[in-house]
Design a protein around this ligand. Structure first.
Ligand code: NDP
Length: 400
């Protein structure tokens, strides 16, 4: 019998939904590169329902308990008195989500001697100390591709939202106004702009493809170059580094994982090389951008706008500067947890757990760390190390 501790975000303030806006989801079988969607033997939930919050339980309870395992689900994840920390000492498996990350620091890993699997219900396992996992022989896995397209749609929305000044214009309507001049003094067309992506992996490439019909000039940088035919088809300009690329861009979208190479990449030095009035969109990870430097660049006008859904830590304290800085389009971390995405990552978690308990191999593309080394997607896209430093600050959110 295994003990599975699952940390999920809270239910809606009005309670767990009894009905939904739509009755079904489109039927998808494959991702754009041909990878199949998750293939668990069965699922015990209805597609399109809220699975990522505490009462949704990722649809795992019936399956786990029927197989003799214990499941603890909580949203209480931060601080030494949290349910998460109390449940860790005899946990065999931890499931967490990037949206409401249960930070698995080296200190917490040391308190969990039985822990063998850290499973991310989503993509991005930087809330886990990967170096400590390598050293302890813990397997880290995530549901690769489950929400990459969800995020790419969100990126396009945020680019258009900033460039066209959507949110302030919407607010004039809600306030009862009709202030056209106020709305349009910061509103431009995207057409003809230079847009660059930091990374062209699953999300980055999907963003570039979605932007192509807007008649923009597309740029990217990545550790591995895309095939020549893809560059030609999309009219991409490749740059060796982010530093080489950003001075050419009106809009920059960040789509790389957080790891030691990308942490604090967008600091005052790099932002100062961008065009005055550039827009920066970050749906990758909050720590890739320096929080004080982004706020200062918006204040000074060096950046015309910043949008994204990722913060550090999560949840951010009330006095986090990104809540109050000007010209931002920030939301809580939602882009990868649409009901559509939840259906995929809940099924992916079930698939990974079925393999794990049966002693069968987990799909290579789901692996980040395995057998004491970076593996699978982790070996391709991450570097070893730890990006959880400072995560204890998340406990300040509770205190208000
Ligand atoms: P992929 O692994 O498909 O792509 C990541 C890409 O980043 C790879 O092409 C990788 O390069 C590239 N990369 C890594 N390091 C660097 C670097 N230093 N400079 C430039 N490129 C780099 O992942 P996804 O596209 O699916 O997801 C990317 C990230 O987006 C996730 O790691 C996560 O942090 C974030 N995300 C956010 C979500 C949200 O809800 N906001 C949801 C899902 C993901 P290569 O492999 O060629 O070496």
């Amino acid at each position: 019998m295994a003990k599975v501790v699952c940390v999920l975000y809270d239910d809606p303030v009005e309670g767990y939904p009894e009905s939904y806006a739509r009755d079904d989801l489109p039927k998808l079988t494959h991702y754009p590169d041909g990878q199949t969607l998750p293939t668990p033997k069965a699922i015990d939930f209805q597609a399109g329902t809220l699975l990522g919050s505490v009462s949704g339980e990722l649809g795992l309870r019936r399956y786990l308990e029927a197989n003799g395992h214990a499941l603890v689900v909580t949203s209480d994840k931060d601080g030494p008195d949290s349910v998460f920390e109390r449940e860790l000492p005899d946990a065999d498996v931890v499931i967490s989500q990037p949206f409401w990350p249960a930070y698995l620091t080296a200190e917490r890993i040391a308190k969990a001697p039985k822990l063998k699997l850290a499973l991310t219900a989503g993509i991005g396992s930087d809330h886990v100390d990967l170096q400590a996992s390598i050293e302890r022989g813990i397997t880290v896995a995530e549901v690769t591709y489950c929400n990459s397209i969800s995020v790419s749609e969100h990126v396009v929305m945020m680019i258009l939202g900033l460039v066209r000044n959507y949110i302030p214009s919407y607010q004039w309507v809600v306030k009862g106004g009709w202030n056209i001049a106020d709305c349009v003094t910061r509103s431009y067309d995207l057409e003809g702009m230079h847009v660059g992506s930091v990374a062209a992996g699953r999300i980055g490439l999907a963003v570039l493809k979605r932007l192509k019909p807007f008649d923009v000039h597309l740029h990217y940088t990545d550790r591995h170059r895309l095939p020549e035919e893809v560059e030609k088809e999309l009219g991409l300009t490749f740059h060796e580094t982010a530093a080489d690329m950003v001075p050419h861009c009106d809009v920059v979208t960040i789509n790389a994982p957080l790891h030691p190479e990308t942490e604090n990449l967008f600091n005052a030095d790099l932002i100062s090389t961008m065009k005055r009035g550039a827009y920066l969109i970050n749906t990758a990870r909050g720590k890739i951008a320096n929080r004080e430097d982004v706020a200062a660049a918006l204040e000074s006008g060096q950046l015309a706008g910043y949008a994204g859904d990722v913060w550090f830590p999560q949840p951010p304290p009330q006095d986090h500067p990104w809540r109050s800085m000007p010209y931002h389009g920030m939301t809580p971390h939602t882009s990868g947890t649409s009901l559509s995405a939840q259906t995929r990552y809940a099924a992916g978690c079930r698939e990974i757990l079925e393999c794990w308990f049966a002693g069968e191999p987990i799909r290579e593309e789901y692996l980040i760390v395995d057998g004491g080394r970076l593996a699978g997607t982790g070996a391709h896209s991450y570097s070893a190390g730890d990006a959880t430093g400072g995560s204890a600050e998340a406990a300040r959110f509770k205190k208000g």
